[in-house]
Design a protein around this ligand. Structure first.
Ligand code: G
Ligand code: G
Ligand code: MN
Ligand code: NA
Length: 250
């Protein structure tokens, strides 16, 4: 109850800001992008879990101002990132289904001066469950603007292969639940390898999420997955703490 009451003010006063988790290119060991993840530091309660307040934001409509604030800050921060490094921002289905979503994103890009090609929007397949034609139309307009579109949490939910056929995703993010089993389960390795091969065949980049061990890095390298994200590479950190140097020995 406290959270709900304070969420609006927290958004307005900048208590909730994006932190960033790096993504690494497995071939070169270089940072190749970052994902923005909302973090709330409450003045007296300290850190409040994103998994806790995001559903409340979605249930109360505050997700619109929260989403806008995170997107704006992420685009502004990204202007100071090294050449070629873009930022990925999660877009909730509620934000996405607004009539003005394309205009709103265009406006943020204009206001912050971030070139569209340095922004990736991460969406989940829940968008496609209802009104999929409208969803595809919106995704197409965003992509035509130059924004990259990633399908997040792939492998959870229904993951109908038709989603891969219906839209030219730029990136597919394989859910952590598959990655965590890769060292011990040949079936998980086969699934991740097959998803990766299929995505590449379709011209889609693949990111493995939730990489926590060196063994997982090796297993992902072996199946040809080129981009890794997870605690093994780095936890989400404040913008000032982002490590841009090449990751040694990964
Ligand atoms: O980073 P973390 O585990 O705390 O995130 C929990 C969930 O909240 C994840 O599903 C993540 O995608 C989502 N999330 C984090 N930041 C944002 C955001 O800025 N916007 C939206 N819509 N979801 C976010
Ligand atoms: O839903 P989405 O994929 O956007 O959310 C990513 C979530 O996963 C964030 O909450 C982020 O903090 C979390 N995360 C990132 N890397 C790891 C990891 O290596 N292990 C675990 N358990 N969670 C991770
Ligand atoms: Mn995500
Ligand atoms: Na994800």
């Amino acid at each position: 109850a406290l959270i709900e009451a304070e969420l609006g003010e927290a958004i307005a006063t900048g208590q909730i800001v994006p932190h960033y988790q790096i993504k690494m290119d497995v071939g070169s060991g270089r940072v190749c992008g970052v994902e923005a993840l909302a973090r709330w530091t409450h003045p007296t309660l300290g850190a409040i879990s994103t998994a806790e307040f995001t559903p409340i934001a979605e249930g109360s409509g505050l997700i619109l101002s929260l989403g806008r604030s995170i997107l704006e800050r992420a685009c502004r921060d990204a202007r100071s990132f090294p050449e070629g490094i873009g930022v990925a921002v999660n877009l909730s289905a509620i934000q996405f289904m607004r009539d003005d979503v394309v205009d709103a994103i265009e406006q943020v890009l204009r206001a912050t001066g971030l070139p569209a090609h340095r922004l990736t929007l991460e969406v989940t397949e829940t968008l496609m469950l209802s009104e999929s034609e409208r969803a595809i139309d919106t995704l197409t307009r965003l992509r035509d603007m130059g924004v990259a579109i990633a399908l997040d949490d792939f492998g959870t939910g229904y993951s109908a292969l038709s989603y891969l056929r219906q839209f030219p995703w730029d990136e597919l993010k394989i859910d952590r639940s598959f990655i965590v089993e890769m060292e011990t389960d040949a079936r998980a390795r086969a699934i991740v390898g097959s998803i990766t091969a299929m995505a590449h065949e379709l011209g889609i980049d693949v990111t493995a999420e939730g990489v926590e061990t060196r063994g997982q890095v090796e297993a992902l390298r072996a199946v040809g997955c080129e981009t890794l994200q997870g605690y093994f590479l780095g936890r989400p950190v404040a913008v000032a703490d982002l490590p841009w140097a090449m990751l040694e020995g990964v």
